[in-house]
Structure formats: C-alpha cells, structure tokens
Ligand binder design. Sequence first.
Ligand code: GDP
Ligand code: IMO
Ligand code: MG
Length: 422
Amino acid sequence: MANTILVGAQWGDEGKGKIIDVLTENVEVVVRSQGGNNAGHTVYVGPKKYVLHLVPSGILRSKKKCVIGNGVVLDPVSLVGELDGLEKLGISVKGKLFISETAHIVLPYHRELDALRETGKGKKKIGTTKRGIGPTYGDKAARVGIRMHELIDTERFAAKLKIRLKENNLILKAHGVKPLSYKKVLADYVKAAARLKPFVTNTVVMLHQEMSRGSNMLFEGAQGTFLDIDHGTYPYVTSSNTTSGGACTGSGVAPNRIDSVVGVMKAYTTRVGEGPMPTQNDEISDLLHGMGREFGATTGRARRCGWFDAVLTRYAAIVNGIDELAVTNVDGLDTLDVIKVCIGYRYGKQRFDYVPSDVEVLSKVEPIYAEFPGWKTSTEKAKTWKDLPKNARDYLKAIAELTGAKLKIVSVGPAREQTMIL
Ligand code: GDP
Ligand code: IMO
Ligand code: MG
C-alpha cells in the first residue's frame, strides 16, 4: 500500500484508530507525527479494548514498527503509564517502538498553564483536554522547549529544567498557583527518561532506512482537519497541523515520498470541546448518547453530535488532498427515518459552499440540508457492499460524491471484522 497518510476529516474521533489498525496489516511501519496525549484512538481486538494516546495504533499487531515522530509533543510520565498499561494487556513494545530524539516534551507547568488559560477565558474557553498541548507547542515555537535528547541526558536536563521552572513558577505564582518543586519534577522525569531512553533515536534516519528497504508506511493522524492550527476553526483548535502536510514536517518524510491520503469521517458529525458546529442537533445527540456512544476516549466528555456536514468534508478533501475515504459509524444511523446532510451554509443573503475562516461567521451560519431516506435495518453484520441496504449504499455514495473523493472503506461497528474494503 506504499506510503499513506491517514487524517481525520472532521473534528477528531472519526475512528482513525480502528481504520489504522485495519490498514496496518499491509504496512511495516506506523508513524505518529503530531499532537500528543490529547488524542485517544480506540481499537478493539476481539473482545479486548485498547485506547492509545501516544503510541501508534499499529502496536497491536506483531512485528510492526511504531514511530513517535519529531512533530509529536510527548508527556514522558504519561507515555510510561501507557507502555505499562499495554504490557499489562500483553502487548510488548520492545523492539517495536521508536521515539524521535527531537520530539518536544510536555512538562507539568504546561499542563498548569493550559488549565489556567482555560479558566481565564471563561465562557470563551476552548475546552482543551488539559494535557498541556498548547503551551508545549508554544514553547517549541518560542524556542524554549525541551526535547527528548535533552531529557535523556540527565545533567543537561537538570540544568535546563532549573531555568525553565524559574520562569514558569513566576507565572504560576502570579496566577496564585503553588509553584512546582524542582526536586519532584526532576525526579519524576529522570525516572521516566530512564524507561524511555532505549526507544529514543533519530527517527528521520530510521524512516529513510526503512523506505530504502522498501517498507510501506502509514502515517497516523491525530485530531482532525478542523482542529488544525492553520486550517481549523481557530481559536477553537489544537496547536498542531493535523492536516496531511503535518505528517511530512512531523516525521521528516518529504511530500514526494507520499503515495496517497486517506480521509476518515463518520457518517455523521461529532465534536468534543467548544467552538462552532453548524449541524449540531439534539435529536441525533440524544440518540447516540442513549446507545452509550460518543463519549470522549481521552476525557470521557460527551461529544456533541450532528448531521453529516459535506461543506466541512469537501474543504477537508481540498486541504488534505484526500484520495480515498473511510466512512465509519454507519451503524449509528440505522434507526433513523430521515437522514439530513448539510450541503451549504446560509449567512444572511450570502451562501457559503466552503467553510468560512472566521469562527464568528461560522457560528452564525444556517445549514442548508438535503434529505435522504433512512434504511431502518441493522448494518452491523454487513460484510460486503452488497449486504448493505440500498438506502445506506445511496447515502454513502452521496456523501462521498459531495466530499469529492473515492469511497474505499466502510465501517459498521468497532470491530476489525466490521469493516469492508471496497
Ligand atoms: P479516533 O480518535 O479517530 O481514533 O476515534 P475514537 O477512538 O476517539 O472514537 C471513535 C469511536 O467509534 C470509538 O469508540 C470506536 O471504537 C468507535 N468506532 C469506530 N468505527 C465504528 C463503527 O463503524 N461503528 C461503531 N459502532 N463504532 C465505531
Ligand atoms: P483524536 O486523535 C477530538 C480537541 C479538544 C479541544 C481542542 C483543543 O482522538 O481524534 P487540546 O487539548 O488539543 O489543546 O484541545 O481540540 N481535541 C480533540 N477532539 N479528538 C481528539 O483527538 C482531540 N484532541 C484535541 O477537545 O476542543
Ligand atoms: Mg479519539
């Protein structure tokens, strides 16, 4: 399957983890290139449920190499916890995990600042995961971040941490928050560093060696297109480039080495956190939450749910260069009589066929809907395209056409087997 970038085409949680796990069968290497443990990727292997935050979802298959690239922001203590959790579930990471020496690390003051900024914003808060993601990328851009190669060099880390803590404790004190103990942070991070050190390497060189050996690579996007720092609903976004370009800068693999881009989208829309969502709808939210679905994999928050928004996905197709689509959670619509799809936005006398850049505008648009008849049959057992009810096929064909990319994968349940590759 050559080198493929997989991205979320909506606001995250599209089912990327599940699709990555399915596609990993045909690749040798899986790479995370942005985001951090704000991500939560759910994969079921038989009855076992795994939620991955920093480790690429490819880890669940044996003999696959998994890379945490330079563009990721990595919380070392949290990663150690994730590795311990995986080992408890019988998943070994030895010889399979590679961590970039230039990935920036999340420190406790980043998490504190994330929370403080959110509180300070009051009603205008972003609704972050409070994992310190924004402040860590902020320090990276301000050139005061600490990277993995420094973390695993205890003397160097100790010296740099002292300087960084001095500045950040002043900020915390100004906010009335207890300053962090240098001794405690140092001890916690040195302990985590010792555990992670064997995995740390120059992943750019490693990935290029894999490529020259003919290995196929899958780039596992985190978050989704409309959480992208440049192309998303700013400021209600995350702090990395979640779109396909981010996979190149975040891994050191050049654009001309990429063969295709897969966009993952739900058959409806969800969003967790604040910010505009034109097709949000109580009926569909209640329906999905009533089924015990659509609760965040990282924070447990109820996701906001709404109709499929083709204006969004069409924009995502352009920005990412999506070649092929994976549509998940088709089964979530099984019981509906009528299914709506947003095909444009009305804003006063203006009509938008693309996503307006200004969130003030996006928060006021009225969706223009097309209606599709529901199929009112369970799709969960469908194994092939032909097993799907005709109305479901027509709906899927329509949303792919409106998005402007080829429909390639359809998912009708969380399990590996509930996936059809067309
Ligand atoms: P990710 O962040 O994009 O990997 O997605 P999450 O794991 O956060 O959320 C997707 C949720 O949908 C998870 O609970 C998956 O197990 C589940 N899921 C994925 N595809 C399907 C599907 O086709 N049907 C159903 N019922 N659940 C699905
Ligand atoms: P995966 O990879 C859904 C959202 C947060 C918040 C905004 C900023 O599982 O799809 P941050 O903590 O990144 O500063 O929060 O982004 N967010 C996600 N929403 N899925 C995710 O990841 C997300 N990661 C961040 O809810 O609105
Ligand atoms: Mg998720």
